[in-house]
Design a protein around this ligand. Structure first.
Ligand SMILES: Cc1cc2nc3c(=O)[nH]c(=O)nc-3n(C[C@H](O)[C@H](O)[C@H](O)COP(=O)(O)O)c2cc1C
Length: 304
């Protein structure tokens, strides 16, 4: 039987298949070892890392809504040094490359986190720009091209592997920001991060989340994410990683057809911790059933 070729490339990084995990929904990877074969995944993207450990927001930080969840975790994490010293050595026993999702409160902090990862086994960085810039009165990095340029240029100087910029759906024009990322030297973009959402307790007439607003994810955002991935993939020549409400292989295939080179499984991991592994198996099954022996023959093949 003909062997399937499921490899894809994100900049210089070759993945054995296009299925990755979305940051913040898969811990540091190791927590999922008992539920699926981590070696079967194209890539593991870990929880967003900052320079110093972060406690995150006060509870309540998560609420289930129709078709998804709203989270205001507040980017809680163990900090880049603890990640390098305690998590990364354990992740090295797997063949799957690890991508570090990183963030900061100012451009310098982003660059410092990337610099800390420079001499480690991390295969790439995914830069979360859906955060407030403390030095600029809390404006989101995601809509500020000047700072995005500073972040990409700075990271490129200290980190020699692929730099992926994770785009926010909460800016005016996602295609415009994607084009800017390409121009400033990003190796790929991923899209989308969560959409701003809220939930209200009608008895108390209070917001459910301590932070009032949070990020909506899950099946509810899939059509929005798919449209944005399609638009972004037409706007840039670098690879686009599709994210948003992917629950199964059918969802994943829609994103690949729309123009994504790879995809990330996010909130689905909370419903079924083996979801990402099942998406890998499902794509293989679809390829065999349709006699498609190269995954690249699916990517960006939307007819219209
Ligand atoms: C609980 C939770 C935590 C998240 N933490 C991060 C994070 O640290 N960094 C980041 O870039 N995205 C984070 N995200 C966003 C996801 O990676 C993903 O972009 C989003 O959830 C949409 O995909 P989904 O609908 O498949 O969940 C988080 C999402 C959830 C639900």
């Amino acid at each position: 039987m003909t062997k399937l070729n499921t490899t894809v490339k994100i900049g210089s990084l070759e993945l054995k298949n296009p299925v990755m995990t979305a940051s913040g929904t898969f811990g540091y990877g190791l927590e999922f070892e008992e539920y699926l074969d981590l070696n079967s995944l194209g890539d593991i993207v870990v929880k967003g890392l900052s320079l110093k450990p972060q406690k995150g927001n006060k509870p309540q930080r998560l609420v289930e809504v129709t078709g998804g969840i709203i989270n205001a975790i507040g980017l809680q994490n163990i900090g880049v040094e603890v990640f390098i010293n305690e998590k990364l050595p354990k992740l090295k026993k797997f063949k799957t490359p690890v991508i570090a999702n990183i963030y900061g409160t100012c451009a310098e902090e982003y660059i410092a986190v990337a610099a800390a990862l420079a001499n480690t086994a991390v295969a790439a960085v995914e830069v979360n720009i859906s955060c407030p810039n403390v030095k600029k009165g809390g404006i989101q990095f995601a809509s500020d091209k000047v700072v995005i340029n500073e972040i990409i240029t700075g990271i490129k100087k200290v980190f020699d592997r692929p730099v992926i910029i994770k785009l926010s759906p909460n800016t005016g024009n996602i295609e415009d920001i994607a084009r800017a990322c390409e121009e400033y030297g990003a190796d790929a973009v991923s899209a989308i991060n969560t959409l701003i959402g809220m939930a209200i307790d009608i008895e108390k007439r209070e917001p459910v989340l301590s932070n009032i607003y949070g990020g909506l994810s899950g099946p509810a955002i899939k059509p929005v994410a798919l449209a944005m991935v399609h638009k972004v993939s037409k706007a840039v020549n670098i690879p686009v990683i599709g994210i948003g409400g992917i629950m199964n292989e059918k969802d994943a295939l829609e994103f690949l057809i729309a123009g994504a080179t790879a995809i990330q499984v996010g909130s689905a991991n909370f419903v079924d911790p083996a979801a990402a592994g099942n998406v890998v198996k499902g794509i293989n099954k679809y390829m065999k059933a349709n006699k498609i022996y190269e995954v690249k023959k699916i990517i960006k093949t939307l007819k219209y």
